[in-house]
Design a protein around this ligand. Structure first.
Ligand SMILES: *[C@@H]1O[C@H](CO)[C@@H](O)[C@H](O)[C@H]1NC(C)=O
Ligand SMILES: *[C@@H]1O[C@H](CO)[C@@H](O)[C@H](O)[C@H]1NC(C)=O
Ligand SMILES: *[C@@H]1O[C@H](CO)[C@@H](O)[C@H](O)[C@H]1NC(C)=O
Ligand SMILES: *[C@@H]1O[C@H](CO)[C@@H](O)[C@H](O)[C@H]1NC(C)=O
Ligand SMILES: *[C@@H]1O[C@H](CO)[C@@H](O)[C@H](O)[C@H]1NC(C)=O
Ligand SMILES: *[C@@H]1O[C@H](CO)[C@@H](O)[C@H](O)[C@H]1NC(C)=O
Ligand SMILES: *[C@@H]1O[C@H](CO)[C@@H](O)[C@H](O)[C@H]1NC(C)=O
Length: 578
């Protein structure tokens, strides 16, 4: 296909002579197409650069800074940095579609040998190539060039198009102005036959408060994150962690963005006392805009709605096998949540007019799962941030673990609408993935307290499954640093109080994998033995099977035994339907 070879280049060549290579970098784009003032005026930046080229003596620069774009006449090409580039954070891929993927990198101009700070007004040009061999010696299927500058923290985000589904690709970024500086080989996007074709991240990618990570040198700029500089510094810092770098290099990520709601967080809001209350002194709305801007600069995420960069809810059709539907159950249009001081959320948790997703997203979600069923996709995997299944409180037990109203438990009518939609429309093979809670929870999906149609022993009557995963490093919600034995004591009480909760584990930090074909969806939970120092010492704590068409965890759940946590089936019979 001819299109494969020249996807983006044609656009540029067909444009005015001074093609705008800034605009191609998605990091410059406005969060809202109707509010261009929130983005960057790339034509202005482009014009300034041409102006500079005409006015400045270029003798100080090596020839290389007049790049050869497409082998053509470059007298009209804009002025680009020729002093060398540091790809400070390697390459990442994200948001894979059937025929395209986003490629991300960061290209910072190198200081001169004398240590002089580079002229930040000069753009850096980055060229990317996508091919099917690790050294890119074969056919190049997608290539192009784009500019970056200090305006977007030197981030580069481009879309590689014309790709084939279910194919492994490799890509590289290099400085257009010099010989190849460094190559970034990585797996391209979705190939169904390895266990980590896609990484799914369910929120809390960074923490914004002062203390988090400070003891291992990961300090913020002296305050809770509020400004664009704060957010950029934090994302930059996280992305120097070797394990995170490796995971980003391994496969494309699909991410969604703590106790926040549409107009505030636990410690800043715009409502009652306006901007006066905030640890950082910044208005919440300004803070949210800064966070969204840095997030879109630093994450390989697509802008789904041209009018709305806050919208990160989106759907991935992965062949006929599954739809991966990513929701935003945090920021988008969520009514007020539990922010630690306002425990009266409990009294409003049942109000029918409370929404977790907002009306537009809720309708879109229902339409998306219905469409997934009618198009014949086998599985519907729903990625979202907070625990869905009702978790009844422990009351007077040794460990205080109050029901979290920062989860779907705080939005009961909305949860019921989801369960109604799935059950009334007979939407089968629905699997909800959840984050946030800093503990592991595996449940059959059932109506809260339903022990008439749902049988916790056989799973009969369940309408799907929920896999909720723990944190990578953050302290357990059962108590930071809690031992496996102490956590199991809590889990025993929790599974006793919640018949649909089939496994609970609260000590280990870790993650889980899903392995999916048309007959099974299998989940393996992993625990890391020690997160106090860098190591790769982990083990599989529990494995679950969901058979297509069964809408419940296969019995015996987890094969009847686990290496950590407590199974519903391990409780004495008298205890299990409390
Ligand atoms: C490139 O960036 C990395 C990460 O910030 C830094 O450690 C390294 O020193 C930089 N290299 C040069 C040559 O500036
Ligand atoms: C992966 O899929 C390809 C193409 O279907 C096949 O040739 C290869 O053997 C598979 N690899 C593994 C490890 O299953
Ligand atoms: C905003 O924050 C202040 C200070 O914590 C709090 O007293 C107030 O109730 C908050 N307002 C809302 C609507 O959350
Ligand atoms: C939401 O519903 C509750 C309970 O019915 C009611 O008291 C409240 O006024 C409603 N709020 C809005 C904004 O309609
Ligand atoms: C389920 O039962 C528990 C314990 O009796 C109760 O606290 C909770 O509100 C009930 N949930 C619903 C949705 O009725
Ligand atoms: C899921 O696990 C079952 C039981 O161990 C196994 O037969 C099946 O092949 C697995 N399927 C996938 C997709 O991992
Ligand atoms: C984790 O490693 C640290 C540093 O080696 C050690 O002090 C600590 O005892 C270890 N923790 C566990 C639970 O093994």
């Amino acid at each position: 296909m001819r299109f494969n070879f020249i996807p983006l280049i044609q656009l540029a060549v067909a444009g005015i002579a001074t093609a705008n290579f800034f605009h191609r970098n998605l990091a410059y784009h406005s969060p809202f197409a109707t509010h261009p003032q929130l983005g960057h005026d790339t034509s202005k930046i482009n014009e300034n650069c041409i102006q500079r080229r005409q006015n400045m003596d270029s003798a100080a620069f090596k020839d290389g800074h007049y790049a050869t774009f497409y082998g053509g006449d470059f007298s009209n090409t804009p002025f680009i940095w020729g002093g060398g580039v540091n790809f400070t954070h390697a390459g990442k891929e994200g948001d894979p579609f059937d025929t395209s993927v986003l490629l991300w990198t960061r290209a910072v101009p190198l200081a001169s040998s004398g240590g002089a700070v580079p002229n930040v007004d000069v753009p850096v040009c980055v060229a990317y190539q996508v091919g099917t061999t690790p050294d890119l010696s074969g056919r190049i299927v997608s290539r192009g060039e784009a500019f970056t500058s200090y305006d977007v923290d030197w981030t580069v985000k481009v879309e590689a198009t014309g790709l084939k589904p279910d194919t492994k690709y490799f890509y590289s970024f290099k400085d257009c102005a010099t010989a190849a500086t460094r190559w970034f080989n990585a797996y391209g996007f979705a190939a169904h036959n390895t266990s980590a074709d896609i990484f799914i991240h369910l929120g809390d990618y960074i923490y914004e408060s002062l203390g988090n990570g400070a003891h291992i040198g990961r300090q913020t700029l002296g305050r809770e994150l509020a400004t664009i500089k704060d957010y950029r510094q934090r994302l930059n810092q996280y992305r120097t962690d070797q394990s995170l770098v490796d995971a980003h290099l391994r496969a494309p990520w699909i991410t969604v963005s703590d106790n926040s709601w549409k107009a505030g967080t636990a410690d800043s809001n715009d409502t009652t006392v306006g901007c006066a209350f905030s640890a950082s002194g910044a208005c919440f709305t300004d803070r949210k805009l800064a966070a969204v801007r840095a997030y879109h600069e630093w994450m390989p995420i697509r802008q789904v709605d041209p009018q709305d960069k806050l919208r990160i809810w989106r759907n991935f059709q992965i062949g006929k096998l599954l739809d991966l539907t990513m929701l935003d159950t945090r920021q988008y249009d969520r009514d007020i949540t539990d922010m630690y001081y306002n425990t009266d959320v409990n009294t409003i948790a049942s109000f029918a007019n409370r929404s977790l997703m907002g009306a537009a997203q809720e309708k879109w979600f229902f339409d998306t799962v219905s469409e997934s069923k009618s198009r014949g996709a086998v599985w519907r995997v729903v990625g979202q941030q907070i625990v869905f299944t009702q978790l009844n409180e422990l009351g007077s037990c040794t460990f205080s673990f109050p029901t979290s109203h920062d989860a779907w438990d705080g939005y009961r009518a909305n949860r019921k609408r989801v369960l109604d939609h799935i059950s009334q429309n007979r939407i089968s093979n629905t699997v909800i993935l959840s984050g946030d809670s800093h503990a592991n929870w595996v449940s059959d999906l059932a109506y809260p307290n339903d022990t008439t149609t749902y049988d916790p022993v056989t799973g009969k009557g369940a309408i799907g499954v929920e896999f909720a995963g723990t944190a990578v490093t953050s302290g357990s919600s059962f108590g930071s640093g809690i031992t496996p034995a102490a956590a199991n004591a809590v889990s025993t009480q929790l599974v006793g109080l919640n018949p649909d909760l089939q496994w609970s584990e609260g000590s280990y930090r870790g993650f889980f994998t899903l392995s999916i074909d048309s007959l099974h969806l299998n989940a393996t939970y992993y625990g890391m033995n020690n997160i106090s120092f860098a190591n790769l010492d982990g083990f599989a704590t529990a494995q679950f099977v969901v058979k297509a068409g069964e809408n419940k965890l296969s019995r015996p759940v987890a094969g009847g035994s686990v290496l950590a946590g407590v199974l519903q089936s391990q409780l004495p019979a008298s205890n299990s339907t409390n």
